[in-house]
Design a protein around this ligand. Structure first.
Ligand code: UFG
Length: 334
């Protein structure tokens, strides 16, 4: 039996593949390499001494996905594939809806054909929109997303709920990630987006290494501890381990629909991240305060209790690990 991982050469996907291989699972990756590099497979091999099977397939290509299901005995599908740039999704909504929702439906249809019912979905804290209360629990209202990327996650969650209601033999786990940062401690896999990064941590690393001149801090007039935005940053290796726990949960339960927030439960402001990064890595990060970024919210962090109680999972790594490992990866991959 194998685990099929879509988007398995991407940032969160590759870290999860490492955990799955170290756990002893057979892993099959499908990825179209639109936002990742084939060399990631060599790094995964170097870390684990194991080689996952790899197919360069776009998950919209149903015939090719069917072929993978014909060739392998698949027990669980973990879906990481998807477009994820918030700004781009505002400019190209049809592309985002077509790819993210179409791809998920394709996968689910093929799974149904082959009687494979275990599905783990990469969702996001973005489905909570601008949260009315923090910390955020899984019971908080969802919807009110502010961009097509977030709405695509919300819509797929809805599709999964409808699917489960139509057929209770499905076994589905929705994981709502907070803000993944950091990299594998080996420095061999991590996040290195092409061009100018959208997210805070990749931007900080590029300012610290001189590739970019200065970080713009988007607003210091939020009602937060120091006026800058507060987020629940989670180390990507902790996040990857959350998927192992979700997989074990599905193996145990046989059917159901489960939803978990994956975050640390601690919120850090932008200025706190900058300070920690400078201190841990002994580098300077130049920054200036600018206007708020449209669509940003003030505060977003989880109540991590449900994942702890039901999955026996909690984040182990702290802000220093996150800052150190992000920097280590960038220096290792110049
Ligand atoms: N920020 C800056 N300067 C930058 C980039 C970010 O000040 O150059 C600030 C933002 O204003 C925010 C914080 O850093 O306060 C984090 O911003 P990110 O762009 O790193 O992350 P977001 O919280 O905006 O969004 C992330 C993911 C989304 C996901 C969301 C879930 O990018 O995909 O978390 O809450 F949907």
């Amino acid at each position: 039996m194998s685990i099929l991982v879509t988007g398995g050469t991407g940032y969160i996907g590759s870290h999860t593949v490492v955990e799955l291989l170290e756990y002893g699972k057979d892993v099959i990756i499908i990825d179209d390499l639109s936002n990742s590099k084939i060399e990631v497979l060599d790094s995964i091999k170097e870390i684990t001494n194991k080689t996952p099977k790899f197919y360069q397939i776009n998950y919209l290509d149903k015939e090719k996905i069917r072929k993978v299901f014909k060739e392998h005995d698949i027990e669980t599908v973990i879906n990481f594939a998807g477009f994820k740039a918030v700004g781009e999704s505002v400019a190209k909504p049809l592309m985002y809806y077509h790819n993210n929702i179409g791809g998920a439906i394709n996968l689910l249809e093929v799974m149904q054909e082959f009687g494979v019912k275990n599905f783990i979905f990469s969702s996001s804290a973005t489905v909570y929109g601008d949260p009315k209360v923090t910390p955020i629990t899984e019971e908080c209202e969802v919807g009110g997303t502010t961009n097509p990327y977030g709405t695509s996650k919300f819509m797929i969650e809805k599709i999964l709920k409808d699917l489960y209601n139509s057929d209770n033999s499905w076994n589905i786990c929705i994981l709502r990630y907070f803000n993944p940062v950091g990299a594998h401690q080996s420095g061999l896999i991590g996040e290195n987006p092409n061009g100018i990064p959208n997210n805070l941590m990749p931007y900080i690393t590029k300012v610290a290494n001189g590739e970019l001149e200065i970080l713009s801090v988007y607003g210091n007039d939020y009602s937060t501890k120091d006026g800058t935005g507060v987020r629940d940053y989670i180390h990507v290796v902790d996040l990857a381990k959350g998927h192992i726990k979700a997989m074990e949960k599905l193996e145990k339960e046989k059917s159901g629909l489960y939803i978990y927030n994956l975050g640390t439960g601690t919120g850090y402001s932008v200025l706190e991240i900058i300070e920690n990064f400078q201190k841990v890595n002994n580098v300077k990060v130049n920054y200036k305060i600018v206007e708020r970024r449209p669509g940003d919210i003030a505060i977003c962090y989880t109540n991590p209790d449900k994942a702890l109680n039901e999955l026996e999972w909690k984040a182990e790594k702290g802000i220093e690990d996150m800052c150190r490992d992000s920097w280590n990866y960038i220096n290792n991959n110049k």
